[in-house]
Design a binder for this molecule. Structure first.
Ligand SMILES: [Zn+2]
Length: 454
C-alpha cells in the first residue's frame, strides 16, 4: 500500500530520522502499525545505522518522493562503512540492506568485528537542532552525528552529545524524533573543553565520505596507496620496506593531543598495531576512522607540515603505546614518559561505552567488571596496572549490576518477547531462572501489565 505522505529527507539526514518524522506526520497509532505501513511487516526492526528492507520501503513511497532503494541507502551509515571496502563487500551489503528483511550488512562490512564501536544512543549537535528548527521547523537525526569514533559536529565544530534515544528506549520497532526531553542540552559541563582543530578536521573528513562518492577499490589498493605516499614523505627504509617505527612514532605524535577523545584502539601502535596492519597486505577491511587518521597524518606531511617524534615506545599489555609529548629533553637526554593520564581517560571512556553496550544487549547480559574487562582488553589486564589507571579502574568497579536487578531485567525481557498471555513458568527457562524465582517473575509481569495499561 502506498503511503499517503512521506517527508522529503534533508541533506545528510539519517533515514531513522526521516521515518520518525513520517510517523508524526502520518499519526501512526503505535510502533507495530507504523512498521507495517512502512515495510509491510510488523516485525521490521528500527535500525539506526544499517537498516534493511529498503526496497520494500521504497516501493511503498509515493511516486513523487523520487526515492528508490539506492536513494534511501544514502541516508544510512552504508556510505561511511563502505568507503574503504571492495566492490564485493559493498554489493553484498547493499543487496542485504535493500532486498533482505534481516540484514547481515554489519557482518559484510566488518562492522561487527571492529574494535571501534557505535555507542548505544543516537547523538545530536545542540547547534544543529537549533538551526534545523529555525530553517525547517523540525529537528531530526543526522548521519554525520552517528559516525562511531567521531565526537564532533562537522558543521559547527562543537561536541556531539548522547541523546536518551537508544534501541531499548525507542523499542525494537519504534522511530523517535529528537525533542527537548530526549536531547537535553544542560548539565554537560564536562563538554566545556574546547574542541581541538584536529578533531574538527577528522569530523569533516568523515562527513565527506558519507556522501558515497568514494569509488570501490580492492583491499590490496590501500597498501600500495599508503606506501606510495609514505615514500613521498620519506617514511620508507627502502623501496619496499616501510620505516615502521618512524611511521608509528610520528603518527602517534601527530594525533596524541586528541587520543583522549578517540576510541582507545586508535592509540595502539607497535608491531601488532593498526598502522602496521595498514601498510601490510590488507586481508580484512579496517575501520574508516583508522584510514582517516592515516590520511590526515600523511596529508599534513604532504603539505610540508612537520611532526617531532620521540624515539621510544612503551610496551603495555603486549602493545606499544605512544608517548604523548615526543621530543627528547635536550638537557637530560631522556625521552618523556607515556601520558598515563590521557591513556587512562581514554580507557575509562571505553569502559563506560562498553558498559552501555552490554546494558543494551538483547537478550540481556549482566554487566560485571569481568565482562567489561573481557570486552575492552582481556581478563586480568587491569589488575597489574591499577595504580596507573585510576579513572578506568574506578569506572570498571562502578559497573557491577546487582544479580537481582539482572534477573528482573531478564524476566522482563522474556516476558515481553513471549508476549501477552505467556505464563511465568514459560518465562523461567529462557530467562535462565529457577522455580524459586517464580514469585519474582510473576511480580515483574504484573508490573509490566500495569504499566502497559496506563
Ligand atoms: Zn552541528
Amino acid at each position: 500500500m502506498t503511503l499517503a505522505v512521506f517527508p522529503a529527507p534533508i541533506a545528510g539526514e539519517l533515514l531513522y530520522g526521516v521515518l520518525a518524522r513520517h510517523g508524526f506526520l502520518a499519526g501512526s497509532p503505535n510502533a507495530a502499525e507504523h512498521a507495517t505501513e512502512l515495510f509491510g511487516r510488523r516485525s521490521a526492526v528500527a535500525t539506526f545505522d544499517l537498516p534493511s528492507g529498503l526496497d520494500a520501503l521504497a516501493s511503498n513511497l509515493p511516486a513523487l518522493s523520487g526515492l528508490d532503494g539506492a536513494g534511501l541507502l544514502r541516508h544510512t551509515l552504508f556510505p561511511f562503512y563502505a568507503a574503504f571496502q571492495d566492490e564485493e563487500a559493498r554489493s553484498a551489503a547493499e543487496f542485504d540492506m535493500r532486498a533482505s528483511d534481516a540484514s547481515s550488512a554489519h557482518h559484510r562490512l566488518g562492522v561487527a568485528a571492529f574494535r571501534i564501536r557505535a555507542g548505544v544512543a543516537l547523538r545530536f549537535c545542540p547547534e544543529c537542532v537549533v538551526a534545523q528548527r529555525a530553517t525547517h521547523g523540525f529537528a531530526t537525526w543526522m548521519v554525520a552525528h552517528q559516525l562511531p569514533g567521531f565526537p564532533v559536529c562537522p558543521e559547527h565544530g562543537c561536541w556531539l552529545r548522547d541523546s536518551m534515544v537508544t534501541r531499548s528506549s525507542a523499542g525494537r520497532h519504534g522511530y523517535v524524533a529528537p525533542d527537548e526531553r530526549n536531547c537535553p542540552v544542560d548539565g554537560a559541563s564536562s563538554l566545556d573543553v574546547e574542541v581541538p582543530d584536529l578533531l574538527l578536521d577528522l569530523a569533516r573528513a568523515a562527513n565527506a565520505i558519507t556522501t558515497g562518492a568514494m569509488p570501490a577499490r580492492p583491499l590490496s589498493h590501500w597498501r600500495d596507496h599508503y606506501v606510495t605516499r609514505l615514500a613521498g614523505v620519506a617514511l620508507m627504509r627502502s623501496a619496499r620496506k616501510v620505516d615502521q617505527s618512524g611511521l608509528n612514532e610520528s603518527l602517534a605524535a601527530y594525533w596524541a593531543p586528541v587520543f583522549p577523545h578517540l576510541p582507545a584502539a586508535c592509540a595502539f601502535f607497535g608491531e601488532r598495531g593498526w598502522a602496521a596492519a595498514m601498510v601490510r597486505s590488507h586481508r580484512k577491511a579496517m575501520h574508516p576512522l583508522l584510514h582517516l587518521l592515516m590520511d590526515g597524518f600523511l596529508s599534513h606531511l604532504e603539505r610540508g607540515g612537520t611532526v617531532v617524534a620521540g624515539s621510544e615506545f612503551v610496551s603495555v599489555g603486549g602493545m606499544s603505546l605512544p608517548h604523548s609529548t615526543s621530543a627528547v629533553n635536550p638537557r637530560t637526554g631522556r625521552t618523556p614518559r607515556a601520558d598515563w593520564p590521557a591513556l587512562d581517560a581514554a580507557l575509562a571512556r571505553e569502559v563506560e561505552r562498553e558498559a552501555t553496550i552490554v546494558g543494551a544487549l538483547i537478550p540481556p547480559v549482566r554487566a560485571t567488571p569481568a565482562e567489561i574487562e573481557r570486552r575492552v582488553r582481556r581478563s586480568g589486564w587491569f589488575g597489574k596496572r591499577r595504580s596507573k589507571r585510576p579513572l578506568a579502574t574506578t569506572a570498571l568497579a562502578a559497573i557491577e549490576e546487582p544479580l537481582d536487578a539482572f534477573r528482573r531485567r531478564r524476566a522482563a525481557h522474556w516476558a515481553a518477547t513471549l508476549g501477552p498471555g505467556c505464563r511465568p513458568w514459560q518465562v523461567m527457562r529462557p530467562a535462565g531462572l529457577r522455580s524459586d524465582q517464580l514469585p519474582m517473575i510473576r511480580e515483574v509481569m504484573a508490573q509490566a501489565a500495569a504499566s502497559a495499561a496506563r
